[in-house]
Each structure stands twice: as C-alpha cells, then as structure tokens.
Ligand binder design. Structure first.
Ligand SMILES: [Zn+2]
Length: 495
C-alpha cells in the first residue's frame, strides 16, 4: 500500500494543509491550472486530507515555478510537514503530456515516501543500478526502517512508485526488473496524472487516523504539530487536565456508562500511562477541577437530575473520596470554576432557560452558598473563564445563532458588566480559553464541519484578531488545553 514517515511531528494536524500558489497565473495559466487540478484531486479523496488556501498559517506549502519551458519533472522539499514554508516546484512546461505528477509531490509533502524504497522491496523488484542516472541513485535507496513505516503490502500501482524506466541511463532498458506478474505491468504507470491507487488512499488515511489527537501549539497560540494520535473506544464526553507538582494528568469520563480513567501526560504532551480506572454511575455531563492550597478537587454534575459530587484528588493523581454530594435542580449544562485572590468560585448556567448561579467554594473544597443568581436569555451553550492580570472574565457563546458575550467578573465573584458582544456565525460547539506566557487565546471549533478559529484576547478582555483558521474533519467534541515544561498542547477527541 505505501510507506510514510514515522515522525508524527511531520503529520499535518488533522490532515489540514494550507497552501498558496506563488506563480503568476497571467504568465503561466497552464501550470497554475494543473496545480489546482492536483489539489482538487486530493480534496476529492475521502481520506481526511484537505488542502486549504493559506490565510495566516505558519506551516504551509508554497507552489513555485521550477522555470524552463521544457523541463519534465517536479520536486518537493520535504517528506511531511517541515515547519514554516515548504516548496513544491512545478515546471512551466506547456506540454499537456508532461509526466511530472503534482499529486505525487503533494504526497511527499504529506509524508509519503517512494513505494520502491520500502524495506520489503527486494521481494518484489530488482533494481538495475547500473542503468540508473548517477544523480538519481539516492531516489532508489531502500529505507532502513528507522524513520519510516511500511503500510500494508507492496503496491506496484502506487502513484508513489517510479515507472519501469524512470531515470534510466538507457531508456530502452528497464530500471525495475521483477517477475512479469499482472501487478508488475502497472509499473508502466497506468494511473492517470491525477489518480491514486486504493493503496495510496489507505496510506494517506494514516495521517489522520484515530479518534484522539494531541497537537502542540506555537508560542503564539496557533496549532503547530501533531504529538499523539490514537484510536480509542467511543463515548468519551469529558476531559479535564490537572497538575500535581511537576506532573500533569488528564481525567477522562464517559457520560454514557460512567467509565472514568486518569492518565499521566508526558512532558512532550503525549498521553501516557493509566493511573486510575473506575466504573461510576452514568449521566455525568459537566466536570471542573479546582485547586485549594495545592490540593485538587473534582466537581461533577449531572444535567439530567441535578446530582453533584465533589471528589478529592489524591497526590498520586487517582480520584479520592467524595467530600460533598447534593441534589440540585436539573438542567445545568455549563459548569466552570475561577479563582480571585485564592478564593474559588463555581459558575453554573442552564442552556434551557438562562438561569445562572455563582457559588463560593469553601476552604475544605465543598460547594458553599450562592452569591450571584440571575436570569439571562436562554441558549448559551459554551462558557469559559479567563484571567488577565488579576481581572477575571467570563466568555459565553450560543451555538444556535453565534451570539457571544464577554462579562467582567467582579472582585467578589459576582458577574459584572458586559465588555464585548458580537454576532458570529452559528454552529460553534466548543469554545475554550487558554493562556501562554500571560497572553490569553480563544479556541473555537464547529463539530459539524470541523472549522477551527483561534483568536487573541486583548488586554481589556475583548476577543481580538484571528491568528489561526483550519478546516479540520468534522466530529471533534471533547477538547482540553494543558501545558507541560515543553509547551502548551490541545487534546481533541471524537466522542
Ligand atoms: Zn517523488
């Protein structure tokens, strides 16, 4: 089927590849047209790869001119995402029969490697090195098995396989010599210029595999590169990060059956070993973690019947005893916590009728009295708090119509004046704030179509300019941000 780089950092996050064509269309319309056709061929495959016109993204492909009027090859500078700009060179050859395959070069830029360099290739082909152009010998050297992964079995039909006589010194003689099987006949390059074998498609799908991805962010908040990709069981509706000393952990919970686990987070941001694993009752819809004098507490709430628990979190990252449990009214859909000068508060909101509460959290971690209680409009689906200097803010968003508010939070924990309000597009299902080095950012994601926006937050609490925009795959539901000594990461799951 294929061979790909094993370096996850080189996988474009969720298969989203920003590109721009740095060729003058008025001078070389044929070349630009061929590039657009190749981009469309990739985007028409249903393998999770999407090439999008670049806006602000830092990592991207630039298509540039190789020059010359008769050149008949193209090139890519990297196997996989290199970081920053990476160039695919395309010849300005007006001949429609030009053999340069732009889909092949995009394959390289995604992380695909030449099929005939697989570790098992000697079982399938013999290469007549005496007939290979000396400057091209490197393109025929077998992978040594350390920087690459062979995917499936050998594929004579792959668009990443050279043709029988590619780079032959004597073009009347084959470079690839193999048993004359049916498959070998395909080394005559029977695929069209914009076609993919079934093996190519299955190989490309490996770059977006799994229902759990973790990405590192740049120091300025944009998504940088992949650090983890897994396929786990479905149904994880809650993740919540916490730290104890220098160790980081991620709490996972399924609403459907109450299964919970806690895993360590490795310093490179990837998800590590299980440290706790229990079966609880089903129906928990909200979780929030807060810290009092260095001790973590887990707040859990069921929308369905208003049941709430507070658990202590033990020093080894396992979930400890229940220290508070009450039956509240049902219907609470958002729960988040914030701290002002060492005092913790719990913010609760009902989507259905807009009722909100702020509770003080007692010094022993139990939930204290209601200190604020208002009736807002209904329909708020996302709530997230953030702090700038010593000032806290509450961000609210409605999925149904894109209405957003930012409110200042008063020094006594009550919700104060509106500082920002706008009408955005509808459909945002995830809104999370996070901070890197004192600068706050807002992450927005639509489950329906995979659209992601990242905004800076200004020093006065307003939502500022967009710094990143991606078209990811649909279905991401469960998002957390966390930081280790090596950086800040976003974990995403498809429940
Ligand atoms: Zn190539």
């Amino acid at each position: 089927m294929g061979i790909i780089t094993s370096d996850k950092k080189a996988y474009w996050p969720d298969g989203c590849v920003p590109f721009q064509i740095d060729i003058d269309n008025s001078v070389f319309p044929t070349t630009v047209n061929r590039i657009n056709t190749a981009v469309a061929a990739w985007n028409d495959l249903e393998v999770g790869i999407r090439l999008i016109p670049r806006t602000t993204q830092t990592n991207y492909i630039s298509f540039q001119s190789l020059g010359g009027g008769t050149l008949d090859f193209c090139s890519s500078t990297s196997a996989g995402m290199a970081g920053g700009i990476q160039i695919i060179l395309v010849p300005e050859n007006p001949n429609p029969a030009v053999s340069c395959r732009i889909v092949h070069e995009i394959g390289h830029a995604l992380g695909m490697i030449h099929e005939h360099t697989r570790s098992d290739r000697d079982d399938w082909v013999t290469i007549d090195f005496d007939n290979v152009e000396p400057l091209k010998v490197a393109n025929f050297v077998k992978a040594n098995g350390t920087g690459s992964i062979d995917v499936g079995s050998y594929d004579y039909s792959s668009m990443m396989h050279y043709c029988r006589r590619s780079f032959a010194i004597d073009p009347s003689k084959d470079v690839f010599i193999a048993p004359p099987t049916n498959g070998y006949a395909n080394l005559l390059c029977s695929l069209g210029a914009y076609e993919f074998s079934l093996g190519d498609q299955a190989t490309a799908a490996r770059f977006t595999a799994g229902n759990t991805h973790v990405y590192k962010t740049f120091p300025h908040g944009e998504v940088n590169h992949t650090v983890d990709m897994r396929s786990w069981s479905a149904g994880w509706t809650i993740t919540a990060p916490f730290s104890i000393g220098s160790k980081n952990y991620l709490f996972f919970l399924k609403e459907g059956d109450g299964w919970m686990i806690v895993r360590e987070i490795n310093s490179d941001g990837s998800i590590g070993e299980i440290v706790d694993n229990q079966d609880w009752s089903s129906g928990w819809t909200s979780a929030a973690i807060y810290t009092i004098w260095g001790k973590n507490h887990l707040f859990l709430l069921k929308k369905g019947d208003g049941r709430m628990h507070v658990n202590e979190i033990n020093a080894d990252g396992t979930i400890g005893p229940i220290i508070d449990n009450k039956d509240w009214s049902s219907g609470w859909t958002s729960a988040s916590t914030f701290a002002i000068g060492g005092q913790n508060y719990l913010f609760l909101l009902k989507e259905s009728d807009g009722q909100m509460h702020v509770n003080r959290i007692n010094a022993d971690g139990t939930i204290g009295p209601i200190i604020d209680n208002k009736d807002w409009s209904s329909g708020w689906t996302s709530a997230s708090t953030f702090a700038i200097g010593g000032q806290n803010y509450l961000f609210l968003l409605k999925e149904s119509d894109g209405r957003m508010h930012v409110n200042r939070i008063n020094a006594d924990g009550t919700i104060g004046a509106l500082v920002d309000n706008r009408d955005w597009s509808s459909g945002w299902t995830t809104a999370k704030t996070f901070a890197i080095g004192g600068q706050n950012y807002l992450f927005l994601l639509k489950r329906g179509n995979g659209r992601m926006h990242m905004h800076q937050i200004t020093p006065n609490g307003k939502i500022g300019s967009m710094i990143d925009l991606r078209m990811w795959s649909p279905g991401w539901t469960t998002v957390s941000f966390y930081s280790t000594v090596q950086g800040t990461y976003v974990s995403m799951m498809k429940a």
